[in-house]
Ligand binder design. Structure first.
Ligand code: SF4
Length: 284
């Protein structure tokens, strides 16, 4: 798995998502010089630009130029996808060498998506952006990040089908809300994973411990990219049963807020797992 330098371009966004880390936090918009300095300090050869909404910056193309001058080979944009409904803008990005995209989706229809983004028309623009991406003939890579919360988890299958129909290369199911009991959510996750696998679209999860993903553990995203990303900051903690689990050390436990709310009784330690050695090797 490619390790990216994560570069925050500021909290400014045209959506107001209910579960956004950056909307409610105290984050400043870094200026161009700050970004330029940060790009000089790295051991990575790939960079991911995120916000907020990075495409809203007036100096985005200058930043991309500096990224290239600093020798980064891959540039990924994490975006709500709305700006890509402007095809000219998208073509300019491609021309500048940005070919990797991660687009965030909260629902398979405007009622759910726009309710969570608190922004009318955001769904239609995001879908238009994905359609424009799909039509590009160049060698791009599109990841669809489906963000899960109490308002949308029953819509997972429709969102997966939307992504598959739009030709995405990978889907990530990312848990953003600590108020959904996992026993309610997991049946939907299993169906979603199976639909994606059957359609040969690689699918990963984020935020689910190994003990609730038995049989599907190869789809736990943290195996491949670790737990340290700043893009979706999360805190995990071990519970009483973790001390008896062979995955302790690879798994970082359960979301702190979830454990505080629901307790640990549903998380049973794993004593044996036939994929353990393989997963340990992948985790590194
Ligand atoms: S018991 Fe603890 S360490 Fe083991 S998989 Fe579950 S949360 Fe992770």
């Amino acid at each position: 798995m490619i390790r990216y330098k994560e570069l925050f371009l500021g909290p400014k966004c045209d959506n107001k998502c209910l579960f956004c880390y950056y909307r409610l936090g105290n984050y400043e918009q870094p200026d161009f010089n700050t970004i330029n300095n940060l790009l000089g300090q790295t051991e990575h050869d790939s960079v991911v630009l995120y916000g907020g909404e990075p495409t809203l910056r007036n100096d985005l193309f200058e930043i991309i130029n500096i990224v290239k001058k600093n020798g980064f080979r891959r540039i990924k944009l994490v975006s709500n996808g709305r700006s890509f409904s402007n095809n000219q803008f998208l073509l300019q990005l491609i021309k500048e060498g940005c070919l990797l995209f991660e687009i965030k989706l909260w629902g398979s229809n405007p009622d759910i998506h726009d309710y969570i983004t608190q922004t009318p028309n955001s769904f239609l623009q995001t879908i238009n952006g994905l359609e424009n991406l799909q039509r590009l003939s160049c060698d791009k890579f599109i990841c669809l990040r489906i963000l899960l919360c109490r308002q949308n988890f029953t819509d997972i299958v429709n969102m997966i089908i939307t992504g598959i129909n739009l030709g995405v290369n990978r889907i990530v199911l990312s848990l953003e809300d600590h108020n959904v009991p996992l026993q309610d959510l997991l049946p939907y996750i299993r169906i979603a994973l199976n639909i994606s696998i059957l359609n040969r679209v690689w699918i990963l999860t984020e935020g689910f411990p190994f003990c609730v993903m038995q049989g599907l553990e190869h789809h736990i995203g943290e195996i491949y990219h670790g737990y340290g990303s700043k893009i979706y900051p999360r805190t995990y903690k071990y519970h009483k049963n973790c001390q008896h689990c062979i995955y302790k050390g690879i798994c970082h436990g359960v979301y702190t807020e979830y454990l505080n709310k629901f307790g640990h009784a549903e998380f049973q330690p794993i004593k044996f797992n036939r994929y353990f050695k393989e997963i340990k090797a992948l985790f590194g």
